[in-house]
Design a binder for this molecule. Structure first.
Ligand SMILES: [Zn+2]
Length: 236
């Protein structure tokens, strides 16, 4: 981020004209001199989203749908057009939004789509700075996922959710330690994945989302903790 540029390039002016004609409001500018690029963030009033533009639109950040919105409690529908433009857009929006909100997983209902799609990316975030390197896992896309098996052994782990008070509430949830999931990836290929550790937990949490279930349904009620208290506990 840097100085606020004056509007001087044709391309930027064109983009601004486009924005002003589609209910978008410019929120902020950034200018990277090294790459001669303008970045600007706009809010789109009609779709309730932030959009980040770089001359032309490059990223859409969706606000995480909050519990109380009916879509969070619906059983999502099977995706029929695996390779359709709509599916590709949902996947892209999910990945961008998951990263923007500092989440390690996000499911389609959380961006208002009743579709059986979720993404995971186990990485360091604002609330996860204490990772073991074994807990890192690159971005994965799961379309029409099915849980094939769950281990008998369970464990309790901390969870929060972008759709529950914008990840402002944490609690311990008991879940099977290992999971085998089958799904279709972003390239339309079927895959099976055996997961353990945090990835297994996140897969189960996201799977719950597409079935209208949220982590607070099964959480140990006595462990509820605010984000601030949770951060102070894990930083010790
Ligand atoms: Zn969640």
């Amino acid at each position: 981020m840097g100085e606020i540029p004056t509007i001087q390039t044709n391309k930027l002016s064109q983009s601004l004209l486009l924005l002003s004609s589609c209910e978008c409001r410019i929120e902020s500018f950034a200018y990277r001199r090294s790459k001669e690029r303008y970045l600007y963030l706009a809010t789109n009033q009609s779709s309730n989203s932030f959009e980040l533009f770089c001359y032309t639109k490059i990223m859409i950040i969706k606000n995480a749908t909050q519990v109380g919105n009916p879509v969070i409690r619906k059983k999502s529908k099977k995706v029929s057009g695996i390779n359709s433009k709509e599916t590709k857009k949902v996947v892209r929006d999910l990945i961008d939004s998951m990263r923007h909100h500092g989440l390690v997983g996000m499911a389609a209902p959380q961006i208002g789509k009743e579709l059986r799609i979720f993404v995971t990316e186990i990485r360091e975030t604002n609330v996860r700075t204490h990772n073991k390197s074994t807990d890192i896992d690159g971005v994965r896309v799961y379309i029409n996922p099915k849980i094939k098996s769950l281990s008998d052994k369970t464990n309790k782990g901390w969870e929060g959710c972008g759709s529950v008070a914008c990840a402002g509430l944490f609690a311990k949830v008991e879940r099977p330690k290992e999971v085998v999931v089958e799904a279709i990836n972003e390239k339309g290929k079927k895959f099976a994945l055996e997961a353990k550790g945090l990835l297994a937990r996140v897969i189960q949490h996201e799977m719950d989302h597409i079935n209208g279930v949220i982590f607070t349904d099964a959480a140990d009620k006595k462990t509820y903790m605010s984000r601030e208290e949770y951060l102070s506990m894990v930083s010790k």
